[in-house]
Design a protein around this ligand. Structure first.
Ligand code: APR
Length: 327
């Protein structure tokens, strides 16, 4: 049986690190794509030359030609620009929407049955672009955000309690941004909710740090943004999909009535398997949590509306009837 195949678009920090992790975990053959000539080829060659030392037989190739990505099972989209000095949020939104639309259209033409994982920011808005550009059904277009956000929350919980990160679990809902909604009562250490282990003040501090997790890394790095934890998060999602593991992971999913939200990508727990999102898991929220969720969804809606205003042709919602059955 041929090995599964994952295309990673964008051979920058997140893309190349994800390619390395996917290969070293033995999950799938990897095709790295970038618009810059030589970059994906060079990184793929370097990664391939690490294989004898690491001890795997995964095939890693780099290309600027989407024909070489044909038949991919998963397409990971990391291509995009980082915000430059003087660039407004809207400029970035329009630029990255253009990039994501173009790479998705080219990639799906060669891999009509793939599952797309979107990583490019602003994440939730880029998911809308990828959904529209691919014509795929929503369960095959998924955003990577919650795995990363909950990993950050888990890191801080473990540090605070002085316990192993592997004994922690964290629950994060909402958009990928300042309005994300970490849920302390569903976040645990050794199965015990952190609300029973930590004071409300300490929990607030950890929640705040989680919300600003991306910005904290950017402030330290000064150039560039986080990529080790984002790449690890992508790899976990690829593992659950390729190996049909059915992990329940927080991901950006297209809601069609769940959590009282219609036609919008927002972070929620989903079951990830070979078909993509196999189930969206709905949990009871308190009034306060539901309000925080709605505020977060409203922030995503604003971005999607801004894209429409900017003429980036990414309609904010589409009716389930209008959604093509997939390719
Ligand atoms: N087609 C293919 N690749 C492209 C295109 C395009 N049209 N436009 C840009 N790229 C490539 C760039 O050449 C670069 O190699 O995307 C890559 C982006 O890499 P980095 O600048 O290193 O950015 P990275 O840190 O990997 O982040 C990528 O993930 O977490 C998010 O916010 C982050 O949106 C950003 C994305």
């Amino acid at each position: 049986m041929p090995r599964p195949r994952v295309t990673v678009i964008g051979a920058g920090n997140v893309g190349a690190t994800a390619a390395q992790r996917i290969a070293e975990a033995g999950l799938a053959d990897v095709v790295l794509v970038d618009i810059v000539e030589g970059l994906p080829q060079g990184k793929a060659l370097d990664l391939a030359e690490a294989a004898p030392v690491v001890g795997h037989d995964i095939r890693i190739t780099g290309t600027n030609d989407y024909a070489e990505t044909a038949g991919s099972d998963v397409i990971v989209v990391t291509s995009g620009l980082a915000r430059q000095p003087g660039m407004t949020r809207d400029d970035l939104l329009a630029k990255n929407a253009g990039i994501v639309r173009s790479v998705v259209q080219q990639a799906v033409a060669h891999s009509p049955g793939a599952i797309i994982i979107v990583v490019t920011n602003p994440l939730d808005a880029m998911c809308h672009v990828a959904l529209e550009a691919s014509g795929f059904p929503p369960e095959r277009v998924i955003g990577m955000a919650g795995v990363l956000d909950s990993a950050r929350f888990r890191t801080f919980i473990a540090q605070e309690l002085g316990v192993s990160v592997t004994s922690t679990h964290a629950f994060v809902l909402g958009g990928h941004g300042d309005t994300m909604v970490p849920l302390p009562r569903y976040s645990t250490a050794g199965g015990v909710p952190i609300t029973e282990l930590l004071s409300p003040e300490r929990i607030d501090a950890l929640v705040d740090r989680t919300r600003n997790g991306g910005a904290e890394v950017v402030a330290l790095l000064k150039t560039g943004s986080a990529f080790y934890a984002p790449a690890a998060s992508v790899t976990q999602m690829v593992d659950s999909i390729i190996n049909d593991r059915g992990m329940i992971l927080p991901c950006a999913a297209y809601l069609q009535g769940e959590y009282a939200t219609q036609g919008l990508y927002v972070g929620v727990p989903v079951e990830l398997g070979r078909k993509g999102i196999q189930r969206i898991i709905e949990i009871e929220l308190t009034n306060e949590e539901q309000q925080a969720f709605e505020r977060s969804a409203a922030a995503v809606r604003e971005l999607v509306d801004a894209m429409e205003r900017l003429g980036t042709e990414a309609p904010g919602s589409r009716t389930p009837e209008a959604a093509p059955a997939g390719g």
